[in-house]
Design a protein around this ligand. Structure first.
Ligand code: DX5
Ligand code: ZN
Length: 214
């Protein structure tokens, strides 16, 4: 699996250095959680914080929008240096229009589903997106427990993508650490987001390598 450390679990007083450290430890992507206090009951950071952080690493920045209005804010995150922008099917904007907007900005679009949302919710968009992000916790906070019962969604989505003759990358997010990562890998996850599992590990490099080699 590719590994995308979530900077939600980093030391916010030195985010740039934390991102650089993750790249040096072998991270494939940097996962950036954007929360607006409406879509989820928590607030993190906006595009003005991401922009100055862009220079700290050259690996892709994977921006996960947990916000009500991704269509309105996607341009700001693209301009801040996002390589991938994912947004929730449960958000308030038109899905097709938002996907097209992200693509028009030269950024790879992805769709996210919360635990209670069925895999089928992304089926109509598989041809138009780069990635599906399956939440393995309720979005809003780091440090929660991995929901193993989300794993059947991986096969459902991959089978449907095959049926539609299209490629799709599947990312999982929430509660992934060295104990739960083998379950995600076995289910066919391509990219594992890990916040606490990497940042709070005694040896983050070891933690990243362990997840990557699965
Ligand atoms: C949760 C976020 C996750 C979170 C993962 O809303 O989307 O990306 O940072 O953190 P851990 O790995 O600690 O569950
Ligand atoms: Zn996330």
């Amino acid at each position: 699996m590719k590994v995308a450390p979530s900077i939600l679990a980093s030391d916010f007083s030195k985010m740039g250095e934390e991102i650089r450290r993750m790249e040096l430890c072998g991270a494939d992507w940097i996962h950036i959680d954007i929360m607006d206090g409406h879509f989820v009951p928590n607030i993190t950071f906006g595009p003005d914080i991401i922009k100055p952080l862009r220079k700290y690493a050259s690996i892709p920045y994977d921006v996960h929008l947990m916000i009500d209005h991704p269509l309105e804010y996607a341009p700001r995150f693209a301009e801040a240096g996002a390589d991938i922008i994912t947004f929730h099917v449960e958000a308030k904007d038109d899905i097709k229009e938002t996907i097209e907007k992200i693509r028009s900005l030269g950024v790879k679009p992805g769709l996210v589903i919360k635990p209670k949302t069925p895999a089928e919710a992304v089926f109509p968009y598989l041809k138009d997106i780069y990635m599906v992000l399956i939440m393995t916790v309720e979005p809003g906070f780091g440090g929660q427990s991995f929901m193993e019962d989300m794993m059947p969604k991986v096969k459902l989505i991959k089978d449907e993508a095959k049926r539609q003759n299209t490629d799709i990358i599947i990312e999982a997010d929430g509660g992934i650490n060295f104990e739960t990562a083998p379950i995600a890998a076995k289910a066919g996850i391509d990219v594992a987001v890990s916040g606490t599992g990497v940042f709070k590990a005694e040896d983050p490099k070891k933690a990243i390598v362990a997840l990557r080699d699965l």
